[in-house]
Write a new protein. Sequence first.
Length: 367
Amino acid sequence: MLSKNPCIHEAILYEELPNKKVRCGVCERTCVILKGERGFCKTRENIDGKLFTLIYGDISSISANPIEKKPLFHFWPRSYALTIGSWSCNFTCPWCQNCGISKTAPNIRKSRYMSPEAFEKTMKANECVGSSISFNEPTLLLEYSLDVFDIVKEAGPYYNTYVTNMYMTEEALKLLIEHKCDAFAANMKGDAEVVKKYCGADVELVWRNLKLAKEMGAHVEVITLVIPTINDNEQILTEIATRIHEVLGKDTPWHCTRFHQAYKSRDLGLKEKTPISTLEKAYEIGKDAGLEYIYLGNVPGHEYENTYCPSCNELLIKRFIFDSQVFFKAKKRIDDVIYFEKRCPSCGKSIAIQGECILKEKTSFRL
């Protein structure tokens, strides 16, 4: 039965070791896996001395999402991306917002397979202009991602994106960008202590990958889920903002999003949402660090959802949740200036927006 399951696919990054052991080369855990066993993420298994992914095209979730939901505010504004996820994760965050799938190991007897070709057809049928691998950690879906990205790029002027913790190996990251992963919505969980304690990872490897992705030409936006008592103190937020400026540049968007209780967060004593005042403090910290674009997430209608000109502070793009529109001097229609010429109509300052803007309204989702 296993040989007939299309979701079981030989891995592309692994090393064969003596005694039929293997070393996985996909994420920075680089698990050494004994014959018949699985790695930390439970999505890769050593089958007779060779490493196989168990989730190639095993889709747990699928929807057509606005690109702003990733969140990517400065990449192909107002477009929709066909978004999929699979199972499990390589982090141990006790506050996981998608724990229903990220804390669930794949069940190969209940696989729900979607071929890369079917993905591309579904994308077109839903008037999406790009792909997004998201929901759980997309690095675990590496082999499938590469095949999907190739097909999407061959089909037309479309884009590919990852919503990720960025804890892949350099080899995996390079493959993703070589296969045209155009943008990363990258989660920065905290400083070294927080990431080690709660995620079981080395934050310096995340910063390394962010730097490499930027150097290789990918668009990067950074997301920090601001969690009370965990990573919400001024020292941690200042460190993140400062390093974004130093490693990625002042025009890199930083999204500071509001925490709500999920998974095991109650066990940590986390019962309340992040105070809006804490998020506003993060905004000011980002500004003080020299960042030009800071956004608050999960606070619908807040003024810091919007994009302002970093030079003259003119309101340029007004957002409500995932809907966005240009807004300048009594809503005068200037889509061409902001979205296409990518400059402030008031002072002429260049605005860091990548890709095209889609002005057409989206229809309902269908498979």
